[in-house]
Design a protein around this ligand. Structure first.
Ligand code: SAM
Length: 268
């Protein structure tokens, strides 16, 4: 079945937290903790942040708990409903305003929203659902003040461990999926077009108005997220890989490879 990303994620919303909880998939916990460390370094507590593709609000809640206020956006209504309920349940409804829309829709709506933010972020690949990064630039140009930062966690084309692990499993098509000319995401059996984006794609799309100030791999020594459930019974191996990841993730030459990469930009 082919459809847009929002519909696919809408159908997944009721099961998303169970599938991607740290208990079900320990890689999610390890990777999310590393993203939170980056966010904490770039966003001072108390600032207001735009979150693109908030999903069920895991990061929305974590950042609200750190004292941030958020404008949290997602194109999938069922994801937004879960995020809203999560904040309400935690007694933090006041911390977030939820807006329905993907990055492109938000770029068009932004002036009418009357929102002011200090920074922006997008975790675990929402922006790979955008077939062009031009709307992301348009949105960030409108939303961010000079000096404001954007942290994007996206799927790049080059993930050496994914290629090696799928080849070892005898799945060459899957091993090479990121190199296809017209790549497709498969969310729970629902397929839709997507794009893999590297640091150079973002540099070119964001242009001279933004300066990349940090690049880190996320999933270089740690295997891609889809391998998490099968590694749940090997906590010592995971801890060793996480330690190796922390030593390698910021090294020039390695920082642009991995399951995900973390890109940090500053608005000039
Ligand atoms: C893999 S989930 C990540 C959710 C959340 N950021 C997290 O860390 O759990 C991807 C999310 O991106 C949303 N999404 C899909 N297309 C999008 C777009 N064009 N712009 C922004 N978000 C999008 C989906 O609805 C989904 O909630």
């Amino acid at each position: 079945m082919r459809t847009g990303g929002a519909q696919a994620f809408d159908a997944l919303a009721p099961r998303y937290d169970a599938l991607f909880s740290p208990a079900a998939n320990p890689l999610v916990g390890l990777m999310r903790a590393r993203v939170h460390a980056v966010l904490a370094r770039h966003f001072a507590p108390g600032t207001t942040l735009l979150e693109l593709g908030c999903g069920t609000g895991e990061d929305t809640l974590a950042l609200a708990a750190r004292g941030h206020t958020l404008v949290a956006a997602d194109p999938a209504p069922a994801m937004l409903a879960r995020a809203q309920a999560k904040l309400q349940h935690a007694g933090r409804s006041e911390a977030a305003r939820f807006v329905q829309g993907g990055a492109a829709a938000l770029a068009d709506q932004w002036p009418g929203l009357g929102a002011r933010v200090d920074g922006a972020f997008s975790n675990f690949a929402p922006l790979n659902c955008e077939l062009s990064l031009d709307p992301v630039r348009r949105l960030l140009e409108q939303a961010l003040p000079p000096g404001g930062r954007f942290v994007g966690v996206v799927l790049p084309r080059l993930c050496p461990l994914e290629v090696a692990l799928f080849l070892a499993r005898g799945q060459p098509r899957t091993a090479l999926r990121r190199f296809r000319r017209h790549p497709e995401a498969d969310v729970d059996g629902v397929r839709f077009p997507m794009r893999y984006y590297g640091a150079r794609d973002f540099d070119a799309a964001l242009g001279a108005g933004f300066r990349r100030i940090e690049t880190r791999s996320l999933g270089l020594a740690l295997p891609p997220l889809s391998f998490g459930p099968s590694l749940a019974r090997a906590p010592r191996l995971m801890a060793a890989l996480a330690g190796l990841e922390d030593r390698l993730a910021g090294l020039p030459g390695l920082s642009r490879l991995g399951d995900h990469i973390v890109l940090v930009y500053e608005r000039r």
